[in-house]
Ligand binder design. Structure first.
Ligand code: FES
Ligand SMILES: [Fe+2]
Length: 391
């Protein structure tokens, strides 16, 4: 099928038309560049924390590290979500030492010298000295707040406490395609955490193209036949007009005939979301992304939220949450491993590919890669990185 690789001549397809160079290779491992990105991107973006159902109980909390900034997000006894720097105002100790947990009272108590803060507003309630020095006012030492936002059950924080929350601008790819999926009604059925040996951008670039799909993802290519053509949208290739209305998912997209969802056996076990439109079913899946920290993949019977956090220039944490309707999760005949195992299979294939990519980027003569037409989303991602870094 050589015409798939022919020089694009058609102006209406989505692919890149000109040679575009990738970001400098050193940006994927240089510690100084990493520090720039932590400061210019991660400290200046809304970042995904977790699904609201994982922080449903009053006084439950989550901690997360954005570089060297440790943050705690807590649901107050009043039911409201708040976020603080996880640092004591006395001499700076970490307050909550666990990744997640639940306070046993409305106070957050520092493990070092036991200063106590109100979980509801971060105000300093108690010190432990026999007396407070002249001029010391508790009101002057509350926890440092961070901003919290929520979109359909997805919780975000921003290190700037005055950052304006705007889900429309936070999600930068097709969140409106998700309107019929009951995202806010779901609960976390499974969580998978892993550490990848790659730069955070390496992961996003892989996420943004399907040139790798046939070789890296044989099972996914069987389920979504369009991916066998190394594209993500049927308009990616010149001559796409001929495929409009095609019944063949390899031409028009969607799941293979008879497949119901992204699972090991392609079955949804009778638990397809009720309000999906014909268009949603024809699409077979949809994604909303919020750079730099999360993508949400919606499938006919479940949703998966995948969060990234950089741990270093060449190390990135991935946390994947699988979300289900409570009645699906509680149904004795619904086996969540069917979708969980498929998700892990595909993600692990991507992670292994990112590992290969990362190691090769160190080649001394390699100044930067080059993009092919199908990689227009990689190009938009790289443009976004450049824009963010230039302020
Ligand atoms: S550092 Fe927290 S009480 Fe001393
Ligand atoms: Fe992939």
């Amino acid at each position: 099928m050589s015409h798939h690789r022919s020089k694009p001549s058609d102006a209406t397809h989505l692919g890149l038309k000109e040679v575009e160079h990738a970001l400098p290779a050193a940006w994927y491992y240089d510690p100084a560049q990493y520090a720039n990105e932590m400061q210019g991107i991660w400290q200046k973006s809304w970042l995904y924390v977790c699904h609201a159902s994982a922080l449903a109980e009053p006084l439950s909390y989550r901690t997360m590290e954005i570089g060297d900034q440790n943050i705690v997000v807590i649901r107050g006894s009043d039911g409201r979500l708040r976020g603080f720097h996880n640092a004591c105002r006395h001499r700076g100790s970490i307050l909550c030492t666990e990744r997640e947990g639940k306070l046993s009272s409305k106070l957050m108590v520092c493990p070092y010298h036991q200063w106590s803060y109100a979980a509801d507003d971060g105000r300093l309630v108690r010190t432990t000295s026999f007396a407070e020095p002249a001029g010391f006012e508790k009101a002057d030492y509350p926890l440092f707040p961070v901003a919290v936002g929520e979109w359909r059950g997805c919780i975000f924080i921003h290190l700037d406490p005055d950052a304006a929350w705007s889900p429309e601008r936070t999600f930068n790819r097709t969140p409106e395609n998700m309107k019929n999926y009951p995202l806010e009604d779901l609960v976390v059925g499974h969580t998978w955490r892993t550490v990848m040996d790659c730069n955070w951008k390496t992961f996003w670039e892989n996420f943004n193209e399907c040139l790798h799909c046939p070789n890296i993802h044989p099972e996914l290519g069987d389920l979504v036949p369009l991916f066998q053509r190394r594209i993500v949208n049927f308009r990616d290739e010149p001559g796409w007009e001929a495929d409009v209305g095609s019944e063949d998912p390899k031409r028009s997209g969607g799941l293979k005939k008879g497949a119901e969802t992204w699972s090991m056996d392609y079955s949804a076990q009778g638990k397809v979301f009720e309000n999906l439109s014909e268009e949603d079913h024809a699409r077979g899946y949809t994604y909303a992304t919020s750079l730099p920290s999360v993508f949400v993949g919606a499938y006919p019977d479940h949703i998966r939220a995948v969060r990234l956090l950089p741990l270093g220039p060449e190390q990135t944490e991935l946390v994947s949450e699988w979300l289900f309707l409570p009645e699906t999760l509680n149904a004795p005949d619904y086996d969540i491993r069917n979708v969980v195992d498929f998700g892990i299979l595909v993600m692990q294939q991507d992670i292994d590919a990112c590992d290969l990519n990362q190691r090769g980027l160190h080649a001394a003569p390699l100044k930067q890669g080059v993009l092919m037409p199908e990689e227009y989303y990689v190009k938009s991602f790289q443009d976004w990185v450049r824009r963010k870094l230039s302020g």
